[in-house]
Design a binder for this molecule. Sequence first.
Ligand SMILES: Nc1nc2c(ncn2[C@@H]2O[C@H](COP(=O)(O)OP(=O)(O)O)[C@@H](O)[C@H]2O)c(=O)[nH]1
Ligand SMILES: [Mg+2]
Length: 277
Amino acid sequence: MLETFTGSDLRLVFDEARRSLGEDVLVLRTQIQRDGRRTRVELVAAPAAAIQELRQRLDPAPLVYPRAAGGRGRSGPLVIGLVGPTGAGKTTTAAKLALHPRAFGNRKVGLITLDTFRVGALEQMAQYAEVTELPLEVVYDAREMPGALQRLDGCDVVIVDTPGRSPRSKDANQQWQAMFRAAAPDEVHLVVPASMRPDLLPSLVASLSACRITHACLTKLDELHDDRAVADLAARLTWPMRWVTTGQAVPNDLHPAKAAILGALGLPVTTARSAAA
Ligand SMILES: Nc1nc2c(ncn2[C@@H]2O[C@H](COP(=O)(O)OP(=O)(O)O)[C@@H](O)[C@H]2O)c(=O)[nH]1
Ligand SMILES: [Mg+2]
């Protein structure tokens, strides 16, 4: 999404950016370096349409809690599923979401984990549940899902944590994805570390297609110091984004995606139009 243009004359560099990205190109940053008598201009720019599209994805529709919606359609808790590679931060993000007052406004949260394959995964989730006194259901089979949801019916929100892709067993993947579908999540967030190589996304997404991803959640923004990489990844994640994470601290390192991502790109969070609205 972002392109860098360099030269010795700012005007020429800007013209080149306009030729390449269109008349309404958005310049994010201009840097002028003097090296002896030589001047080097570097300009980072993006097509205005791409930024506009990104802004829209960072403004997802507000969460709808089925119970508060008065029993229209499905009642019961809002079910949010987290899927993504092993180590992406799904379990930590689940705990942050459950505890951060800004995630669901102090509503009652319950947890379901499907991650029963990996050594230590269950213990990690059980530990979070214990120290936070949140109800946790461990589901080993799709047939157990209705009962688990029933027991969490008193919650406003249920977060479903999942294992990452098992590289060895296709069966294991199909098994947890069947359980996941049985939970019929309202939203499915693809959890991806900000440092992930964008070219690896398509195969990841294909392996999770049965999960019906609806949103993206970028994690480990703190480990990345290249805003171009954030921009590239954010541009390829074509889903709306609600939250990002910026560290290991539960629950503090959870933030609204909009401010964090626009901030990383050096863009104002409010535009003249949205500020006036
Ligand atoms: N630096 C950093 N580490 C994180 C972040 N989110 C999670 N982690 C760490 O990443 C590791 C894997 O997290 P985990 O939630 O177990 O990943 P999962 O396999 O997707 O469930 C843990 O050590 C977390 O503390 C983040 O935003 N920033
Ligand atoms: Mg996990």
